[in-house]
Design a protein around this ligand. Structure first.
Ligand SMILES: NC(=O)c1ccc[n+]([C@@H]2O[C@H](COP(=O)([O-])OP(=O)(O)OC[C@H]3O[C@@H](n4cnc5c(N)ncnc54)[C@H](OP(=O)(O)O)[C@@H]3O)[C@@H](O)[C@H]2O)c1
Length: 300
C-alpha cells in the first residue's frame, strides 16, 4: 500500500489516480471523507483527518511501503511558519513511528535557502526534518512555480482586465504543470529505486516571465490585449489581505515575489532532460479556455 497526503489536491490527486491506474493499493488522505469519496469510487481506501494530528497520521501511514507528503499551503494562517512547523513536525514524527521506508516529499525550488523566500522557508525546514529521518529513503521534489497559479488568479484577471502582482514582469522563472509533478511522484513511489536523501528539481518545459505567461494566457482565452502589471509591494499586500490572506501570509507572498524577481530563488541545476517536464504553458492555458469559454467571454 502507498499512502498519499493531500490526495484531493492538485498534485496528490494526480498521484493517486496514476497509482490506481498502475494497479497499486492506495490510501488516500485528506481532511474530509466527502471530498475523498471520488477517489474511493476509483478504488482508493480513504482515511480522513488533520495532518496536525500525529496519532491519526501514524495510523494512516502504518503498513505503507511508501508515502507522498506535502505541507498544505494555507494563506489564512496568522503565523504561517509556526503553524507549518507544527504540521511538518507531526508529519515527520508519524513517518518515523510508522517506520515508513520510502517517502516522496513535495517541496519547491528555493527550498535550499533557510530564509528570505516567503512561504518557501517552511519547506526548507521540512526538508531538514526529513533529512534526519533514520532508515528512510527520502526523495524531495523541488518544482518551480505552478501553472495552476494562473488559474487561481483568473477571476481577478477577468474582473480587472489585467494581471497584477508583485513579481517582476520580465524575469524568466521555471513554471510547471502540476500533472507533470504528479507523474514524476507516482513513478518514484512505484519504483522506489533511490537511496538516502535525494533532491530532484522539476523545472517545467522552459523558463517563462510573468509578462510572457500572461500574454500567452490572454491569447488562449481570447483576450490578446491582456497585460501583466507589477504593483508596489504594499499595494499587493493590501489587496491580498482584502482577499482573505493573513497579514503574515501577505507579507510572505511579497517576500517570495521579491526573491524570485531578484534571482535569490532560482534553480540550482542546469536544465536537462531529467528536470525538464513535457506540458507546455500553451497546453495548460488552452485547457483553461475550453471548459470555461462562455464564462470567460472568450473572443469578446
Ligand atoms: N503553487 C506553487 O506555485 C507551488 C510551487 C512549488 C511548491 N508548492 C508547494 O506545493 C504544496 C501544495 O500542493 P498542491 O497545490 O497539490 O496542494 P493543494 O491543491 O493546495 O491541496 C492541499 C491538499 O492538502 C489537504 N490538506 C489541507 N490542509 C490539510 C491539513 N491540515 N491536514 C491534512 N490535509 C490537509 C487538502 O485536502 P482537503 O482540503 O480535501 O482536506 C488537499 O488535498 C505546498 O507545499 C506548496 O508550498 C507550490
Amino acid at each position: 500500500m502507498i499512502a498519499v497526503m493531500g490526495a484531493t489536491g492538485q498534485v496528490g490527486r494526480g498521484i493517486t489516480e496514476r497509482l490506481l491506474a498502475g494497479g497499486e493499493a492506495v490510501r488516500a488522505l485528506g481532511r474530509s471523507e466527502a471530498r475523498l469519496a471520488e477517489l474511493a469510487r476509483l478504488g482508493a481506501r480513504t482515511c480522513a483527518g488533520d495532518a496536525a494530528d500525529e496519532a491519526y497520521l501514524s495510523q494512516a501511514f502504518e503498513g505503507a511501503r511508501a508515502v507522498f507528503t506535502l505541507l498544505p499551503y494555507d494563506p489564512s494562517l496568522l503565523d504561517y511558519h509556526a503553524q507549518q512547523d507544527r504540521l511538518g513536525e507531526s508529519i515527520v514524527r508519524a513517518l518515523g513511528s510508522a517506520g515508513v521506508p520510502y517517502v516522496v516529499a513535495l517541496s519547491s525550488v528555493g527550498a535550499d535557502l533557510r530564509s528570505g523566500t516567503g512561504f518557501i522557508a517552511s519547506l526548507f525546514a521540512q526538508e531538514q526534518r526529513l533529512s534526519r529521518l533514520p532508515g528512510t529513503q527520502v526523495l524531495v521534489l523541488r518544482p518551480g512555480s505552478f501553472f495552476e497559479n494562473f488559474h487561481a488568479a483568473l477571476p481577478s484577471i477577468l474582473e480587472h482586465g489585467v494581471y497584477a502582482d508583485a513579481f517582476a514582469p520580465d524575469v524568466p522563472i521555471p513554471m510547471i504543470a502540476t500533472r507533470d509533478i504528479s507523474a514524476v511522484g507516482a513513478r518514484a513511489l512505484m519504483a522506489r529505486d533511490w537511496e538516502g536523501f535525494v533532491v530532484r528539481e522539476l523545472l517545467g518545459p522552459r523558463d517563462l516571465s510573468y509578462a510572457d505567461a500572461t500574454r500567452i494566457l490572454g491569447e488562449c482565452i481570447g483576450k490578446p490585449e491582456l497585460e501583466y502589471v507589477r504593483l508596489p509591494d504594499n499595494e499587493i499586500e493590501r489587496i491580498l489581505v482584502d482577499a482573505g490572506f493573513s497579514e503574515d501570509a501577505a507579507r510572505l507572498h511579497v517576500e517570495l515575489a521579491g526573491a524570485l524577481s531578484d534571482g535569490t530563488i532560482r534553480a540550482r541545476e542546469e536544465r536537462s532532460p531529467d528536470n525538464t517536464t513535457p506540458t507546455t504553458f500553451e497546453e495548460f492555458a488552452g485547457g483553461l479556455a475550453r471548459p470555461e469559454a462562455s464564462s470567460l467571454g472568450a473572443g469578446s
